[in-house]
Design a protein around this ligand. Structure first.
Ligand SMILES: N[C@@H](CCC(=O)N[C@@H](CS)C(=O)NCC(=O)O)C(=O)O
Length: 238
């Protein structure tokens, strides 16, 4: 059995989409990140990095339990395990490259754009501009790449498309104040229309909405989510 630890956000949403695409049995376990559940001792034994998604597969390699964290690691693991959405063998170099483009670029820059526009104190214009511009630059790279292709890698749907969908689905939060945030990147709009037409997307959204997570970013949520931002930095001793 797969135990899928999730909270609100694009990275868990990628895993919800993979699971609904494959129909593999799983149990979804909510982790209320706005209330700080990701920092609890029990959850830290699964993800020492204190973030969602995380996953426990009770039937991992050689029948022993497997513990995983980080959406990209989980997507690769589940694709290998199920033999689905890994693409063709000759496309592996491109699959890894674009997965990392999302894991280290599109994702983190979009995430910081969300943070500085929805959670940080107002007035940090340099940070907002920096992260929005970088998110836009990544949109442009992906838009150019999709100019003459339907899927990001090869000619079929893979975990790279699932991973990109997770972040592009959150573009209204990344581009706060813009209700059609992808409009200037027509290939991204076309790509999202294609993925959103898949029945699994509605099911994935249903999983994400199944639990009534706290979603209001108030002072309590800021302290619960980002405790290090409010703790004093230990003095370095030489
Ligand atoms: N690189 C990680 C990032 C995970 C991540 O930042 N998850 C967010 C939700 S999308 C989270 O747990 N936020 C709560 C927190 O940062 O405390 C991944 O791809 O899974």
């Amino acid at each position: 059995m797969i135990h899928f630890y999730y909270g609100p956000g694009p990275n868990p949403a990628k895993i919800a989409l993979f699971l609904t695409e494959t129909g593999i049995p799983f149990e979804a376990i909510p982790v209320d990140t706005y209330r700080g559940a990701q920092h609890g001792a029990t959850f830290r034994t699964i993800n020492p990095n204190g973030k969602v998604p995380a996953l426990v597969d009770t039937e991992g390699p050689q029948g022993s339990p497997a513990i995983l964290f980080d959406s990209t690691a989980i997507l690769l693991y589940l694709a290998e395990k199920t033999g689905q959405f890994l693409g063709d063998a000759q496309d592996l170099p491109q699959l890894l490259s674009w997965l990392m483009f999302i894991a280290t670029g599109l994702g983190p820059f979009s995430g910081q754009a969300v943070h500085f526009q929805h959670a940080a104190p107002e007035g940090l214009d340099y940070a907002v501009n920096r992260y929005r511009r970088e998110a836009e630059r990544h949109y442009q790279v992906l838009n150019d790449h999709l100019e003459d292709r339907s899927f990001i890698v090869g000619d079929r749907y893979t975990i790279v498309d699932i991973s990109a969908w997770g972040w592009l689905d959150r573009a209204t939060r990344v581009m706060k104040g813009d209700d059609r945030p992808l409009e200037q990147w027509p290939n991204l709009v076309r790509f999202m229309e294609m993925i959103n037409a898949r029945p699994a997307v509605e099911q994935a959204h249903a999983i994400m909405n199944r639990h009534a997570f706290k979603t209001v970013m108030d002072e309590d949520a800021r302290h619960a989510m980002y405790p290090t931002s409010f703790s004093t930095v230990p003095k370095r001793t030489v």
